[in-house]
Design a protein around this ligand. Sequence first.
Ligand code: ATR
Length: 277
Amino acid sequence: MQNAGIARLGLNWRYLAFDVRPEELRTALAGARSMQFVGLNLTVPHKLLALEMMDVLDESAKTWGAVNTVRFEGRDRSGAWRPLYEFEETPPEKVRMHGFNTDADAIVRALREDLQVELEGARVVILGAGGAGRVAALRLAAENVSELFLVNRTLSKAGSVAAEIRRRHLNVKVQLGYPRGEVDLAINATSLGLLPDDPLPVDGRQFSLRQAHAVFDMIYRPAETALMRSARAGGSRVANGLGMLLYQGVKALEIWTGRPAPVDVMREALQRNVYGS
Ligand code: ATR
């Protein structure tokens, strides 16, 4: 996806994957800085570890407590920090690491663009209160949803996410457990659905998928999960989590280049790589 986007923008760059052991992260980041990388992405478990290693954090990284995108920046003659790619001739002496998070906004963009959900004032049930469920709940609260229902196998984890939302977003009603009546959106943020024999992430005795106008499954492999199949059969709009992966990458490319990313080219490359078609 990134290489397709880079090629479309006509940049002589390459996006490469490296396996880095967590205990080597600091060294790897220093190496990337020395080699004048334009930027990089980090995935688990590095997103949390990198927080302490950045020279400066964007609001997005501070708010979500994780860094998935790094932009290397150099100091120009006037003393201003500018993205490294802008220094074509003489590389700057001093380079800093600027950490961003593009994951949380990608959830909202995927819900809006792939599922046409109006979040403001919406009633939403979130299944799962792990890393992904927590960020989804907090991010949706920031979009002024009206009510959030948090469901998780381990109730205490849903409880602490609810407490965090109540502290940060006074206008959002948060409850633990399934909603009564209809909701605008149900989100699966559990890992249930990754394996073919997994049960559905919803308890059918407490919640029918027909109650949800739209269902978003963060899982994107398989392309249609059992949850999506059931929800579609019940008449709900459905989308999988590929859009989240796409839009976090789109935003990262825009952070590195300062230009709009070619979304359609990136989506097509991503689908080809993930689904082979
Ligand atoms: P991620 O970063 O992808 O969110 P995670 O933090 O490990 O990963 O969270 C996984 C989520 O899937 C959690 O909500 C987890 O429930 P618990 O908090 O009770 O562990 C949920 N999950 C995983 N396996 C599950 C299962 N067999 N049944 C129900 N929920 C499950």
